[in-house]
Design a protein around this ligand. Sequence first.
Ligand SMILES: [Zn+2]
Length: 414
Amino acid sequence: MKKLPWHRVKRLKRQTAAQPLQQYRHCPACGEGEKQPVATAPLLALDDFQFFTDQHGMNRADHHIVVCAHCGLLYTNPCYTPAGFQQLFEKAGLSYGHTAGRIIEQVEWLTQHFPQTQSLLDVGCGNGDLLKALPQTMQRFGMDVDQQVLNDAAQRSPDITFKGCDFDGLNDLPQSDVITLFHVLEHLANPGDFLKRLRQLARAGAALVVEVPVIDRAAETQDRDIVGFFTIQHLTHFSKISLENLLAVNGWRVRSAEAMDGYNGWRVVAEQSELKQTEQVKDEAALQAANAYLAVWCDNVAAVKKRIQTLHGKPRIMVWGAGQHSEYLALLTKLFRLDAEFVMVDSDPLKQGQSYHSIPVLAPEQVPESAWLEDDFPIVISTYGGQQSIERLLKSKGVDPLRVLSLYDRTQRY
Ligand SMILES: [Zn+2]
């Protein structure tokens, strides 16, 4: 490529998919709205959210966070249908990755808390990195929805048993002493039904380890990110109380709970109990914590908007990052409404060669050397977690740092 394919933004008109991508649901914790749907004003609404690169205007969703009037749970409503999941997450690629890098801590923690454990099942195991790092003397099982990832993992680790997982129709479970669910529950449409099924299928006396981010800690841990706690990837937004509630009504009693250091992880150990028939306690604290967090989030959005303003008057702008973060910029700031031509760069092969609001998305290697070294168009880094690595990459390509617009002063890992 000799010249960059600069293009003006054209947001495609939203099209209705053949099968609905979203549907309204009742509260996944207490069932409120099951018999009689209740109209709830959302706490936060991001309408017409496009899932990554253009797909004829079909990959759009309304992202609404609501609060259950009965139990106080924060959850997204409407929620994705199975067709919606498939359609919307197909192109997510690296934007919907597993959180790596905590394996060492998790292994240490597990061996410390369960020294006698003979067998462990990791649900949502991804490529099996956690299982691989556990002692080989342990019988290890992994389950995940992504069959392709499981096949690769099984080939690399023949001593670990991998199995596909249907979260909505779980009917078979490898028997183990410990079951881990690290950052899984918040992604499920029916977390309660899944926990109940897990309770029925698990070995008697099995321990369940669950970790989710909680709203109670969002204001202190989610930092400056404009995606932040209420990311479109989470369907239930737990609090310490609502997680315990959900576990209790589905047959799991919390034995211990702790906050993880340095990121928003709330880790509980639960054991099997009777299904609780008693009324749930309404979680009043969740709404309070959500409001405190939203105040922080609004400040974050304002700070990013201010940086975007500095691009005013630039005829050409490169945006690095065509994932979720860019759609937040599109909906919350004026970036893609500036009177300019754009080009985008992304290192995710699923996005390369596609377009995003009609802007071509290139692989970094496709950008000619002269564009890095001689041109003077600004380069906006559109990611929170990946900001520093992209800054380093641009530096290594010899780009003048004055051309680079980072949207955050500092970033931290969740
Ligand atoms: Zn509820």
